[in-house]
Design a protein around this ligand. Sequence first.
Ligand SMILES: [Zn+2]
Length: 482
Amino acid sequence: MAGDKERSEKDKDGVAAFQAYVSGRGDQNQPQIWSKHKEGETCPVPGLSDTQYRQFVKLFGNQESTAKEDNAPITNMAGNIDKEGKWIIDSGATEHIIYDDLLLKNKRKGNFEPPVTIPNGETIAVEGRGEYVLPNGMLIKEVLHVPNFKCNLLSVSRLAKDLQCAVTFFPDFCVMQDLRSGTLIGVGDCNNGLYKMGMMGSERRAMMTTLDTWHKRLGHPSSSKLSHIDFLKNISVNSKEFCDSCIKAKFSRLPFPVSTNKTNACFDLLHCDVWGKYRTPSFTRANYFLTIVDDLGRAVWVFLIKHKNEASSCLINFHKMIQTQFEKNIKRIQCDNGGEFTSNKMLDFYTKEGIILETTCPHTPQQNGVVERKHRHLLETARALKFEANFPTKFWGECVLTATHVINRLPSDVIENKTPYELLYNEKPDYERMKVFGCLAYYKSTETKGDKFVERGRPGIFLGYPQGPKGIKSMISNKEKS
Ligand SMILES: [Zn+2]
């Protein structure tokens, strides 16, 4: 029975088996450079990189007071209203306290709790307990819900014990680091003598990782591309830091020749091409991939295929998908004269569906420029991902699919620095679950068979994103990248 309950809990989460969180170690593997001793440049705390330290100093240093009442001396935090709803990091508190239980998970209600005593001797009723998820996904357990409290308190002693972390206070900010790995797990800023940590905020999340990590997560794009992503704007993007994988992938760093889109709506015109044959079959035994690019938003779809002629059935299935998911019809398809697009079967399909086929002259790939440029971008990104992850060549398919995922979420100057994703779905992409390709990831094991003492999180290597909004693909291995 316990097993059943567990399974249904996981099903609620969608692709729960793959729901994973990344170890900070995999993401934040910036080497420490201790030889630099320039005043103010080197981080005084082991485990925090110089870049991270400098970013925090820049972001939190010399903050101006914003609220008038902030100037009043604060000695009793329980009586003060913190309108921002931030966590106050309190070394005097013995419990975590929150006043808004909407922010809690797994709530347990009841008046069974002893009341909280505040410094003036008064007691305030506790209405229940729950869990709070930190911006990095870590769980703070046993948070007391006290509705009459006017601020949220994070107890340093509980935090240090429960998360096995060190909390270090600087003049303008404080950091929490995992005791074993030294990885940064939280950061708070100091405002008018109080150390505070924001609730879930994308800016704060971005600060948790360095720009270098985002460069890797997003498939090694140029700094100027990163500067167009809203939550990365506040991080210095004038980084000229050396990226070995970019050099190896022969990134030209030059913008692709700009071509204008000729359509008014998504799926009015699709550009298609097949890439291959590649000499090494992929992990899934593919030798080719079919690329479909939407002319308006430049969104790209890639299908790994074993034989060139599979491209036709892929295209037919794609048309069906568009009709069901987007309630649209493809109006025109542009491709070269390849037999996979011009067979009798395909000509029948175009006629039946009312699609106009536009073919380009043989040996003039520039006529099929949109998809040619997309291939170049896909392959450069895929190569950088492969070099960064240090993967064998047979994983080229996973690299290309991951490149497709990130490119759809990167701003493009052809569409005024919007992302293909937002032109397609009318909403901004969610970067929350993005990880560095090839990093160590943990996935929830479903093989527990109700046994409470079996390991729940098992290590794997992050291999990209499956279709659908949640989850990750991972390769399970007991050894690290073998
Ligand atoms: Zn790079």
